[in-house]
Design a protein around this ligand. Sequence first.
Ligand SMILES: Cc1cc2nc3c(=O)[nH]c(=O)nc-3n(C[C@H](O)[C@H](O)[C@H](O)COP(=O)(O)OP(=O)(O)OC[C@H]3O[C@@H](n4cnc5c(N)ncnc54)[C@H](O)[C@@H]3O)c2cc1C
Length: 445
Amino acid sequence: MYILARISEVQSIETNRGPNWIHGAGENPIMNIAEATEAAMFDPDEGGHIAFAPDGQRVPEDVNAQVQDFVWTTISEAFKYSNEHGGKITAEKSLLDFFRDRVQQTDFSDEVRRLCLDACKLWGTYVGDQVDRQSLRFFRLEECVDGSNFVVASTYKRILEHVSKTALAKAEIRLNEPVKTINAPNRTPTTKPTITTTKATYTFDEVVVTCPLGWLKQNTSAFNPPLPPRLQKAITNISYGRLEKVYITFPHAFWHQTEPTISAQFLEPQYAPHPKHIEWNQECLSFAALPSPHAHPTLLFYTYGESGAHIINSIQGLDPLSAEYKDVLTQALHPFYSRLPGYDGSEPTAFLATQWQKDEFAGNGSYCNFQAGVEEADVDIEVLRGDGMGLERGLWFAGEHTAPFVALGTTTGAYWSGERVARGICGGLEGEARDDSSPSAVLRD
Ligand SMILES: Cc1cc2nc3c(=O)[nH]c(=O)nc-3n(C[C@H](O)[C@H](O)[C@H](O)COP(=O)(O)OP(=O)(O)OC[C@H]3O[C@@H](n4cnc5c(N)ncnc54)[C@H](O)[C@@H]3O)c2cc1C
């Protein structure tokens, strides 16, 4: 959670620096918690989606509808293809290769084909990296829980309060004390796992490591005895994405006046200055359409991969309330927001950009993804769950990268992974090993 403070006014807006969405409203525990805590939800699919062509002109509505239809149909065909052909697909083949093949089979004009390929690149905002790096073989691991995707208009605040309630009430929580080493030898009647932080060493019956995959990548040496070679290999094999967000607040939502715009895509923008070798597609979502009282005149830009990294590098170390910070982000994003319908020259009143790539405790990135070249990502994920070590050493692994396949990279997956470990520990305590890695097992119980 973060407060987006306006520079010029004493007014603040609550935003999420991490998740905004619930991916798949079907059998989803986060959706259940959202409903139980009366979180306000918003379905952005309700309309107002526009796109801009590489020359900066609006893509006509009928062409945009054709392009979007192609993109989403091809995404679902790619899921099907990945599910059905899996191991037979060359490891190097990317989602972009699949799109290129499919677009060739259409009778679209060259211009529409190009728009389709540009639009499919915005899949990058889902995984945090370019689609030419998205493994087609393991694209199936990106499939989410069935059902609509919702934005949590009232932010994840209540969901977070709900899931943290028991821990806050009953656990002893030590903040500002990063873990440095984790000692977990095989269990004996006299050995227990210990953790050394920057301040002290503690002994536990069981240790659950929920550090992000990006942290594990940089800290396998924190474990003593060393993690098994196959687990270390899995940590290396699975990639870690680079999704970032930039919130921009305006005095009023000009894009919402005459032609309410919920989202806009800017395809391969030739009109926006950027390093030539970097893909520069952008996408923004309006918060002016959220249900009352959560609506605010803010646009959320999602950035990913190399373009996101470029923007984040250019604001590194700058005070978010400084003029320089504002200038850098204005320069990067003015070419886009100034094209939205109704633009009247308004200047932003506040900016906030996440910098997960600069945060070692976020593992210098966002969440796991599956890049072209990975040979057996499904096995890697199973290994990352590290279940054997729980019973043998009292060392358990949870977090989005250990989630059931259908929820990897999401809050739902992180939640389910915690349930799996809790069941493993309780089962272990009862002298019974359990395998509850599938969501259906969790839901069934
Ligand atoms: C920009 C962005 C947008 C996202 N949008 C969505 C979305 O809309 N919907 C969705 O479902 N998911 C979304 N996600 C993904 C979602 O946030 C993650 O899947 C989820 O937070 C993972 O939870 P986790 O517990 O595995 O890890 P984290 O939430 O990363 O928690 C790991 C914790 O470990 C702590 N830690 C790290 N190292 C140490 C250490 N050495 N010692 C002590 N503590 C340590 C960290 O401080 C952190 O608190 C988004 C993520 C990002 C970055």
